[in-house]
Design a protein around this ligand. Structure first.
Ligand SMILES: NC(=O)c1ccc[n+]([C@@H]2O[C@H](COP(=O)([O-])OP(=O)(O)OC[C@H]3O[C@@H](n4cnc5c(N)ncnc54)[C@H](OP(=O)(O)O)[C@@H]3O)[C@@H](O)[C@H]2O)c1
Length: 271
């Protein structure tokens, strides 16, 4: 598995996928060579994923499983037991990475409380590494202060050609913080973009591959999702696509601050 620091370069997303759909998607992905799977307590699919992992015959070491704590479980008394439950649903002894899914539902549980509980879960061996998701620059600075020596191995955030998240990307680069791009395909929208289509044509690639290669070229990990074997297969080939400087400049012009994941009850004041 190709890694970027402590995080795999390429994984499979599973948001929105449930029951037989998630079972089929994860099974096909494993057959095609995916080894990193991104889930969350809030996705309601950990048990189905666990079943596929168990049936896959793959060794534990070959896999990298990420889950995320949902806001209802941020309290000190809830976080560790909830992760224990996730680990059990996934059929594992420990997950590889656990993220705080959103910074906080407006102030209900303080970062000090849930980040300390997350570090405790790591000490207990329920998760090998910890990280965050949807954190702003300010939130990251605060999280680092709270966690001290315990590394935040990634901040998983929305990054795609229409939301390039420049301030956060620049900060992360300067501070040596790893980012994982989610919704890299803008949930399918990049496929209809003329610039992306044109660049894809020049490389005999797909717009999805171009978006993924663009994120990878900036040093981010990616976790695209798909329910179709042909898309799962071709997306993975983005690892071999090298974009030119000119391609990168053209894609940079597509930024239009178009945020897709923005739940009002959870979203922070974005950068
Ligand atoms: N931390 C967070 O708060 C957060 C928020 C959102 C997402 N995520 C994670 O990031 C993952 C990725 O985001 P996402 O799944 O929302 O969106 P995405 O990966 O940007 O896009 C997935 C959509 O694109 C389509 N697609 C995939 N490959 C394609 C291809 N080659 N050609 C044409 N269409 C293609 C899929 O349809 P088909 O099924 O038809 O291929 C699906 O509708 C999630 O699954 C989740 O694990 C995290």
């Amino acid at each position: 598995m190709e890694m970027l620091g402590l995080v795999p370069k390429f994984g499979l997303g599973t948001f929105r996928l449930k029951d037989q759909v998630v079972t089929d998607s994860v099974r096909m992905a494993l057959e095609l060579g995916y080894r990193a799977i991104d889930t969350a307590q809030g996705y309601g699919n950990e048990a189905e994923i666990g079943k596929v992992l168990g049936e896959s015959g793959l060794s534990r070491d070959a896999l990298f499983i990420t889950t995320k704590i949902m806001p209802a479980n941020y309290g000190r008394d809830r976080l560790v037991p909830s992760l224990r439950e996730s680990v059990q649903k996934l059929g594992l002894d420990a997950v590889d990475l656990t993220l705080i899914h959103w910074p906080a539902p407006k102030g209900e549980v303080k970062p000090q409380e849930y980040l300390t509980a997350l570090a405790e879960a790591r000490d207990l061996g329920l998760t090998k590494q910890i990280g965050v998701s949807n954190f702003t620059i300010q939130g990251l600075k605060q999280a680092r202060e709270i966690l001290g020596d315990v590394p935040i191995v990634t901040n998983q955030v929305e990054i795609h050609p229409y939301l390039q998240n420049r301030a956060l990307v620049d900060f992360a680069k300067k501070e040596g913080l790893h980012l994982t791009s989610y919704m890299t395909l803008a949930v399918g929208k990049v496929m209809n973009d003329e610039v992306m289509q044109d660049i894809a044509r020049q490389h005999q690639a797909t717009p999805a591959q171009v978006a993924l290669a663009w994120a990878l070229a900036q040093g981010h990990s990616v976790i695209p999702s798909s329910t179709r074997r042909e898309n799962l297969e071709s997306n993975l080939k983005a690892l071999d696509l090298k974009l030119s400087e000119e391609d990168m400049v053209r894609i940079a012009t597509l930024d239009r601050d178009e945020r897709i994941a923005n739940p009002p009850q959870l979203a922070p004041d974005w950068d």
